[in-house]
Every structure is written in structure tokens, then in C-alpha cells.
Design a protein around this ligand. Structure first.
Ligand code: NAD
Ligand code: UFG
Length: 349
């Protein structure tokens, strides 16, 4: 059988670069399309260093239909993993049009080009933020959706579009129907064990883990813990942190499922990618102090608008249907974050 070729949109970014490593190591050919809006080409140089393999890179915007069409014609991929997107919740509230244009319109262009090229196998980066309010903090895929900010709504809209494409193929009895996995990530953290690739946020980080890492290394003076009066055991927010390498392995498993009999007749299905275990902000701080032997300077601050008290995954569906489970624990996540941070105090610069 010919080697399968995977086109990775957003492959130079945090999760995409880790996915490229796993894909190359699993024997796939890899083509990256990224406009470098939130990444640097150095990440891809490091991917090739880690794996000793090469990939093809095109600096292009997924909204550029002509460029994308030419790339598909030249590369003839069999599958697409679609990471490209903007992801800052606060920015999405200030610039909603940018988010809908980049994320939603970008996905429309991508799927049009894919359909034209008859490449109809897609793994999409969705997010736990698509879920609405629920009675249980442990989210299953059938729980009601109800994103509360433009970023989350852009993901929910894309999920709707992709489901509609799949339904239309069933109605039309399409000979090569769409096969789509919607992967809903919980909170990806950590870095590749080599310390060569990791998360390189622009400016001051919004997310907990890169913030803690920058406090530990002395780049930022103090962490603000957003609220200690939540109805959780220690009063701070609980999330399901997942090692980025475990997360990207879920994508390889998703490709295998899309290639299997399970998706023979096509379909579009959502899967949670989380560990199923929640940790509080204070537990994260304690784990960081334990693993790095560095004190973390923090203060309790008011709650951040839009934050839930507690959110973690029910990962059973991915376990059963994708044959996927996590292998790394919280200490691995912290140790790998710290390894990346200390080896690259200025990120890829
Ligand atoms: P990232 O910003 O590091 O990577 C996204 C990549 O997409 C970047 O390299 C960026 O340059 C590229 N990109 C953005 N718009 C593009 C466009 N129009 N054309 C081409 N390239 C474009 O983010 P990440 O953390 O690696 O996230 C990857 C995906 O996973 C995103 O879709 C994000 O929404 C989703 N996600 C991330 C998290 C998280 O916490 N990191 C959680 C849930 C879902
Ligand atoms: N937190 C702090 N201080 C900080 C940053 C965060 O106390 O400086 C707290 C938050 O209040 C929350 C927890 O740490 O309780 C995690 O916050 P993050 O910002 O790291 O993550 P979120 O769960 O808010 O959101 C993340 C991504 C979203 C994504 C979502 C679900 O930012 O894009 O996970 O996948 F959609």
C-alpha cells in the first residue's frame, strides 16, 4: 500500500507541531499548510530534527482558495487534520468578525477545496468550549452544546457545518462520503519530551500552564489565581489537563478509525479527548512546585468572567471507538512543560 499522506493545517502551531512528530514517526507523509499567524517555521525545523524525517511546508492561508487548490493538486493528500484557527477567547470577544472569518470561513474554503479534490477524510480540532451549561461537571459527547464566546461559537458552527456535509452525502448517496472526526480537546498542556518543541505564546499567556511556567522561570512576577470561592474542594477552578503528546496520538487513532469499517458508510462523529481526571488551580501549582522544586509566587484574585467552576471529560467514547487512552500523568505534563521552558526561555526566538 502507498504511504498515506496527511495534510496538516496549522501544523506549525503548538498542537500541530506535536502532531507532525507523531505522524512522521507513525510513517505518514506530512504536508503542512500554515500562514504563521501564531507560529514560527522554526517549530517545523525542530519537528524534522526530532524525527530525522522531512515534511513539506507551504506558507499559505486556508482562506486562499487558489493557493489551497494548487497545494491539493500537487500533494494529493488522503486525509486532512485541521488545526488552523485563532484560539484566544478574549480576542474573539473583541474581534468576532476576525474569528468567524478565519475559523468558520477558513473551514468552508478548506472543505470546498477538499470536496473538489475528492479528499473527504477530515480530523477537526474542536474544543470542550462547545459544551453548554450542564448539571454534571463531567462532559459526555451527547451533552447539550452552548458555547458562550465567539471563539467557542466558531468551533460549534464548524461542527454544524461538518455534520451537515456528512448528512448531505448520506441523503445524496455519495459514492465517496465524508468521514469526519470532531475531536473536542479539554486542556492541552506539556511538550515533547525532547524539549525541542512546545507552546510558545505571544506576549503574556492567557492560559494557566504557560503562565505558571513563566512565573517559575522569573519572566513574570506573580500568578493570579482567578477565584478561590468556587464550589470545589479547595475553591479554585478544576480542569482536565491533558498531555499534548497523548492528545495528538488521539488524532492518529482517529485517522485509523476513519480508515476502518466503522466509517465505511461515511459519517461525522464527536469524541472528547481528555483524561477524565480534573485538577484544581492550586493542585497545578503544587505539582509544579513539587516537580520543579521552585516556589510559585501567586495571589488570589477575583474570578475571571466566563470561567466554569469545574469541567472534565468523559473519555469513554474515544477509548471504546478510537482505541485511545492517555499514557501520561500530571507530573509528566509538568516536567515536560518545565523542560521546554528552561531549554527555550524565549520560545523559538
Ligand atoms: P496555535 O495557535 O499554536 O496553532 C494554530 C496554527 O494555525 C498556528 O500555527 C497559526 O499560524 C495557524 N493558522 C491560524 N489561522 C490560519 C489560517 N487562516 N491559515 C493558515 N494557518 C492558520 O494553536 P494550538 O494550541 O496549536 O491549537 C490548534 C487548534 O486546536 C486550534 O484550532 C485551536 O482552536 C484548537 N484547540 C486548542 C486548544 C488549546 O488549549 N490549545 C484547546 C481546544 C482546541
Ligand atoms: N487560571 C488562573 N490564572 C491564570 C490563568 C488561568 O487561575 O492566569 C485558571 C482559570 O480560571 C481556570 C484554569 O486556570 O480555572 C484553566 O484556565 P485556562 O485559561 O488555562 O484554560 P480554560 O479552561 O479557561 O480554557 C482552555 C482554552 C480554551 C479551550 C478550553 C477547553 O483556553 O481555548 O481550555 O478546551 F477552549
Amino acid at each position: 500500500m502507498n504511504k498515506q499522506k496527511v495534510l496538516v493545517t496549522g501544523g506549525a502551531g503548538y498542537i500541530g507541531s506535536h502532531a507532525c512528530v507523531e505522524l512522521l514517526e507513525a510513517g505518514f507523509d506530512v504536508v503542512v499548510v500554515d500562514n504563521l499567524a501564531n507560529s514560527k517555521p522554526e517549530s517545523l525545523a525542530r519537528v524534522q530534527r526530532i524525527t530525522g524525517k522531512t515534511l513539506a511546508f507551504y506558507q499559505a492561508d486556508i482562506r486562499d482558495q487558489a493557493a489551497l487548490t494548487a497545494i491539493f493538486a500537487k500533494e494529493t493528500p488522503t486525509t486532512v487534520i485541521h488545526f488552523a484557527g485563532l484560539k484566544a477567547v478574549g480576542e474573539s470577544c473583541q474581534q468576532p468578525q476576525l474569528y468567524y472569518h478565519n475559523n468558520v470561513y477558513g473551514t468552508l474554503v478548506l472543505t470546498e477545496v477538499m470536496a473538489e479534490a475528492n479528499v473527504k477524510q477530515l480530523v477537526f480540532s474542536s474544543s470542550a468550549t462547545v459544551y453548554g451549561e450542564s448539571e454534571s461537571p463531567q462532559y459526555s459527547e451527547h451533552f447539550p452544546l452552548g458555547a458562550i464566546n465567539p471563539y467557542g461559537r466558531s468551533k460549534a458552527m464548524i461542527e454544524d457545518i461538518l455534520r451537515d456535509l456528512s448528512t448531505a452525502d448520506t441523503l445524496n448517496q455519495a459514492p465517496n462520503p465524508w468521514k469526519i472526526a470532531l475531536l473536542r480537546y479539554f486542556n492541552p498542556i506539556g511538550a515533547h519530551q525532547s524539549g525541542l518543541i512546545g507552546e510558545d505564546p505571544n506576549g503574556i499567556p492567557n492560559n494557566l500552564m504557560p503562565y505558571v511556567a513563566q512565573v517559575a522561570i522569573g519572566k513574570l512576577p506573580q500568578l493570579s489565581v482567578f477565584g478561590d470561592d468556587y464550589p470545589t474542594p479547595d475553591g479554585t477552578g478544576i480542569r482536565d489537563y491533558i498531555h499534548v503528546v497523548d492528545l495528538v496520538k488521539g488524532h492518529i487513532k482517529a485517522i485509523a478509525a476513519l480508515n476502518s469499517d466503522k466509517f465505511l458508510a461515511g459519517g461525522c462523529k464527536a469524541y472528547n479527548l481528555g483524561t477524565g481526571q480534573g485538577y484544581s488551580v492550586l493542585e497545578i501549582i503544587q505539582a509544579f512546585e513539587r516537580v520543579t522544586e521552585k516556589p510559585i509566587n501567586y495571589k488570589i484574585s477575583p474570578r475571571r468572567a466566563g470561567d466554569l467552576a469545574e469541567c472534565f471529560a468523559n473519555p469513554n467514547l474515544a477509548r471504546q471507538e478510537l482505541n485511545w487512552k492517555v499514557e501520561k500523568n500530571l507530573d509528566d505534563m509538568v516536567a515536560d512543560t518545565w523542560n521546554w521552558q528552561t531549554k527555550n526561555p524565549r520560545g523559538y526566538d
